[in-house]
Design a protein around this ligand. Structure first.
Ligand code: HPA
Ligand code: ZN
Length: 331
């Protein structure tokens, strides 16, 4: 339909997208074969099935296990941006979560150099710009998180190839039985080094945890943030400070089951409250999604027309970590 086509072409930014979650199922099969990783199925269409966040994370970890050498990371990054650019993404700030790879003996410098190589090639081809956010995997604990940030900061000081593309840190994976404020030492190191700060919170935890993270970690952005409206003080704080929330509506339905249907999502209430709540993909390939289709699904679910969707796209630019002149160029 016409609106869906226009929304696919509308210039958009994606601020909450895991590079591992962009892996084409066909690429996963090829990398698994190349690297000797056994998959539960050789049929690409059967690989990405899950019925809870925990099951999803198990699939995510399997995807990660197929990434072994620098070329694998470069291929993943190249395909991530060429795939998103085809659906109107002009800028993205992409997470990578290397805890599992580092624990398995891979080198952070090689991972970042590989990602940078693929992103650079895709940027040159598409014009879409891409920066990286190093995510701490909460399944590995705050000590591993701190080590990742220390190592990243050292590599940036040494001007290691590609490390200038990593502009911030975040945290992802499970929230259950995790006290995210224990990641404060890692966030402190990152802040001092001039890195930007975000974190997944409120995917399956409450508003109190979001408020705690703002206080203890100094988050400049919140990824997911679903229960924010449960806390009126938190909501007005985030409205007044223009702290963005990178919402992933379809992911919240199909991955974390926060809502039964897209129509039930609180994104409209978030935006009506004045929150800078944007729309993003999370793990597009793993949920059979692209940002064009996500915008179309959101427009349909909430009855939003072109003007409201353009406003949503402009809010995405505001919420990005581009500088003012780069933002002006995208508007
Ligand atoms: N939630 C938590 N961690 C993740 C996700 C998610 O949706 N995707 C990739 N890592
Ligand atoms: Zn996410």
């Amino acid at each position: 339909e016409a609106l869906a086509r226009a929304l696919d072409a509308l210039p958009k930014v994606d601020l909450h997208c895991h590079v591992e979650g962009t892996m084409r199922p066909t690429t996963m099969v090829e990398l698994a074969r190349k690297n000797g990783v056994t998959l539960p199925s050789d049929d690409p269409s059967e690989l990405y099935t899950y019925s809870s966040l925990d099951e999803f994370l198990a699939v995510f970890w399997l995807v990660q296990s197929t990434l072994v050498d620098r070329d694998d990371w470069a291929r993943l990054a190249y395909e991530a941006v060429t795939d998103s650019a085809r659906h109107g993404v002009v800028h993205q700030e992409c997470f990578f979560t290397p805890a599992r790879h580092l624990a398995g003996g891979q080198d952070l410098a090689v991972i970042v150099a590989g990602l940078d190589e693929g992103l650079g090639a895709a940027e040159a081809e598409t014009g879409t710009t891409c920066r990286l956010i190093a995510d701490m995997d909460r399944a590995f604990g705050p000590e591993a998180g701190r080590q990742l940030v220390d190592e990243l900061v050292d590599l940036r000081s040494a001007r290691a190839p590609g490390t200038d593309r990593v502009i911030g840190i975040g945290m992802d994976s499970t929230e259950l039985a995790v006290d995210s404020t224990t990641y404060a030492p890692a966030y402190d190191v990152a802040r001092v080094a001039g890195l930007r700060l975000t974190g997944h919170q409120g995917e399956n935890s409450g508003a109190q945890q979001i408020a705690d993270c703002l206080d203890a970690l100094g988050l400049e952005r919140v990824d997911h943030g679903v229960p924010v409206l449960d806390d009126a003080v938190l909501t007005s704080r985030m409205v007044e400070e223009r702290i963005p929330i990178t919402v992933c509506p379809t992911s919240n339905v199909v991955i974390a089951h926060c809502f039964e249907r897209l129509e039930d999502h609180v994104l409209p209430q978030m935006r009506a409250a004045g929150l800078l709540a944007t729309v993003n993909t999370d793990d597009p390939a793993l949920s059979d999604l692209d940002l064009g289709r996500e915008y179309a699904a959101v427009a349909k679910a909430f009855g939003w027309g072109w003007d409201q969707m353009v406003e949503l796209a402009l809010d995405g630019i505001e919420a990005s970590w581009l500088d003012d002149s780069e933002k002006a160029e995208l508007r």
